[in-house]
Design a protein around this ligand. Structure first.
Ligand SMILES: Nc1ncnc2c1ncn2[C@@H]1O[C@H](COP(=O)(O)OP(=O)(O)O)[C@@H](O)[C@H]1O
Ligand SMILES: [Mg+2]
Length: 242
């Protein structure tokens, strides 16, 4: 369980998060949606332990967060791949850093490449891949360490519409297959509704509204009218003044 209590984060002359409180149950998904600049990335970095809040606390499984945590993986908005390393090395890198044996790394990375349909790209550099392929490498690298908390920043915003849906389906399948809590931030309404069991609408560093999403996780969610009804509801909250 994640408990965020009265969290505030300020940069030099700007408050990015203001008294933000939110509880996210273990092994659920939570989508955070809001306009650009409302503090989504800041919230994700705070959850990853990468920035120190000005005030307030974050507790994960009862432990107050101080700095990075082994079981948390973060996928950055621009994928965060190392451009000078090949696909295989990008994925193996966190496993090497954890000190796994070479044979173990080979087995694990091969299995991941296979499950992400990336085997034929193992020797390519990130610059030789499409956006969707890069995102799959980033996802593979993030789940290689078997996190219990996966944080994603704008998972699909740089992708074309069809690739975006493929990546969203992949993320949903990973969530269903692994025991993890997924927190993703996005400014894309359909992504929030497709991937968020709970949807938190943010505005200017604060929570504007929380919706529970009964249509989360349905295999053909996007084909149902109810799905778009929730999209409309989220849209109303996003557009509402004040
Ligand atoms: N490193 C930084 N230094 C100063 N201001 C920042 C920094 N990062 C973000 N901000 C500001 O904080 C606010 C929230 O930013 P951010 O969390 O990136 O929003 P979002 O991800 O929702 O677009 C924005 O107004 C942004 O300009
Ligand atoms: Mg952002």
């Amino acid at each position: 369980m994640i408990e965020i209590k009265d969290l505030s984060v300020s940069y030099e002359n700007e408050v990015a998060l203001r008294n933000f409180s939110l509880t996210i149950a273990k092994n659920t998904t939570c989508a955070i949606i809001g306009q650009s600049g409302c503090g989504k990335t800041t919230l994700l970095y705070a959850l990853a332990g990468l920035i120190q809040p000005s005030s307030g606390t974050i507790r994960i499984d009862g432990q107050t967060l101080h700095g990075v945590r082994k079981k948390t993986s973060l996928i950055l908005q621009d994928y965060g791949l190392l451009p000078w390393k090949r696909v295989w090395d990008n994925m193996a890198f966190p496993l090497k850093a954890r000190g796994l044996k070479a044979e173990e790394i080979e087995l694990k990375v091969s299995a991941l490449l296979n499950s992400l349909s990336l085997s034929e790209y193992r020797n390519k550099f990130p610059a030789e891949l499409s956006g969707g392929q890069k995102q799959r490498v980033a996802i593979g690298r993030a789940i290689a360490l078997e996190p219990d908390l996966l944080l994603m920043d704008e998972a699909s915003s740089a992708l074309d519409a069809l690739t975006r849906e493929t990546i969203q389906n992949l993320i949903l399948n990973i969530y269903k297959a692994q025991n993890l809590t997924l927190v993703l931030v996005t400014h894309n309404i359909e992504e929030a509704v497709f991937l968020g069991q709970r949807i938190v609408v943010m505005k200017q560093g604060e929570i504007k509204h929380i919706l529970d999403n009964p249509y989360f996780g349905l295999d053909h969610g996007r084909d149902s009218l109810e799905f778009y009804k929730i999209c409309l509801e989220v849209r109303r909250w996003l557009n509402e003044e004040a």
